[in-house]
Design a protein around this ligand. Structure first.
Ligand SMILES: *Cc1c(COP(=O)(O)O)cnc(C)c1O
Length: 428
């Protein structure tokens, strides 16, 4: 897949006059087209709902766009719940798929009427103690253990992951919940991450549908929905073939017809909780070259750093980079693209072949629309950037301002650094 920047060099220069680099830019058109495709791919299932994983891109202006395509919100913390409520999502528009959950968060989720997806069997009593009575609809997160395998090999390692109920606990949990008056049940599982294959959801669905049939038979619990959660990947590498959501939706439909329909469970709703697939390709981090450094290697220092995008430093993740204005220039120079943190892993790319880069060039770091801005932190006292929306008409709207030193010092109630700073700057 060819990686195309959302903007030209001229447009970047124009935007940077108003919003200094670095900034995140999101492509409204791409977000809408993809959201529509997801909706259509699962239109065969009347109850289908995508609960967007808020943690991936917690910007209300972006999630509001998804809401127009029927998306709900998948949350796992108090502030994600608050954000979802502010957007107007309440009740069954919110899936609360948390783990290691504080009591206060369960209480708030229940107050909003969110669907609670339990991560552990001990949380049945925990939630009952908090709420007094369990909600009528509840979901349990499943972890079969072992490895998750598909035709092209091992995809992930659920046996090593902290999440979910074991198979035995699913049966016991459903029995207990039923005794305690729960009427409608859901099954949730997230068994592999960033799967760039159309097979993941269908293979997962087969496993969950088979379990659902057994659970309904053995416990008598009414299964209302099966939540395939997240994990549908995107091609970060330019030579990778992306997923086709229509093929994925059709694959799930076939398994549904094969397993659930004959078992008399054709009324089950399919839910998803995609984050990366919904937003990843539709965000780009735009940064400007500050320095060239020629030592043991060739370094290009930019004005963004791992605080703005952590994935390369944290996972060694590949993010494609385009030099604006040099889209078609030969990639004959080998660079490390670095940020300014006092951390040697603060590199957006290592030994990357790129066109000749000069000071002042604009670089676009691709596929940063999910788990990008959201993972940011404030190490070295670095501040988080603005988020901008490139609208369908070509205009640009700021959907989150950049942090200021005042934001950074705001929690130091015991020591008002910023007030002193203001005093100090007054005299300048
Ligand atoms: C992170 C997460 C998601 C989204 O994952 P993606 O890989 O972004 O699709 C969905 N559900 C839960 C419970 C998660 O923790």
């Amino acid at each position: 897949m060819n990686k195309i920047p959302f903007i030209s060099k001229e447009k970047a220069e124009e935007i940077a006059k108003e919003y200094p680099t670095p900034f995140y830019l999101y492509d409204e058109k791409g977000i809408r087209e993809n959201a529509r495709a997801v909706k259509e791919a699962f239109a065969w299932n009347p109850g289908f709902k995508e609960y967007f994983a808020v943690k991936a891109t917690p910007n209300p202006c972006l999630i509001q766009i998804l809401r127009e395509y029927g998306c709900g919100c998948d949350c796992s913390s108090l502030t994600e719940l608050m954000l979802s409520k502010a957007i107007g999502a309440t009740g069954e528009d919110i899936m609360f798929s948390s783990n290691d959950t504080p009591a206060q968060e369960y209480a708030y989720a229940a107050k909003l009427g969110a669907i609670i997806n339990l991560d552990d069997i001990t949380h049945i009593d925990f939630v009952e103690n908090i709420l007094g009575k369990l909600p009528e609809t509840m979901s349990c997160r499943y972890n079969p253990g072992g490895v998750f395998q598909m035709s092209n090999g091992i995809m992930d390692n659920p046996g090593d992951s902290k999440y979910g109920f074991t198979t035995e606990q699913m049966f016991e949990g459903f029995r207990i919940l039923k005794e305690k008056g729960v009427k409608n049940f859901g099954i949730h599982a997230f068994l592999a991450s960033n799967t760039v294959t159309n097979e993941y959801y269908p293979v997962l669905a087969k496993q969950l549908f088979t379990l659902a049939v057994q659970l309904e038979r053995e416990t008598g619990a009414h299964i209302q929905f099966i939540n395939l959660s997240g994990g549908v990947g995107i091609p970060y590498q330019p030579d990778q073939e992306g997923n086709d959501i229509r093929v994925i939706g059709e694959g799930v439909r076939q398994v549904f017809e094969e397993i659930l329909v004959p078992a008399g469970m054709g009324d089950v709703s399919i839910y998803t909780e995609m984050g990366r697939f919904m937003m990843g390709p539709y965000g780009q981090l735009v940064t400007r070259v500050l320095h060239e450094k020629h030592t043991h290697k060739e370094y290009i220092g930019v004005d963004a750093c791992a605080v703005n995008l952590m994935r390369p430093a944290m996972y060694g993740a590949y993010h494609h980079i385009t030099v604006l204005g040099k889209e078609n220039a030969p990639c004959k120079w080998k660079y490390d693209i670095t940020g300014s943190l006092c951390e040697n892993n603060d590199k957006f790319a290592v030994d990357r072949m790129l066109p000749r880069i000069e000071k002042g060039d604009y670089l676009v770091i691709h596929d940063t629309g999910a788990h990008g801005y959201a993972m940011g932190y404030n190490y070295n006292g670095k501040l988080k950037s603005a988020e901008l929306l490139l609208k369908e008409d070509g205009s640009v709207e700021m959907i989150r301002r950049a942090e200021t030193p005042e934001d950074y010092f705001a929690t130091l109630d015991c020591f008002p650094v910023y007030q002193n700073l203001k005093e100090e700057l007054k005299g300048e």
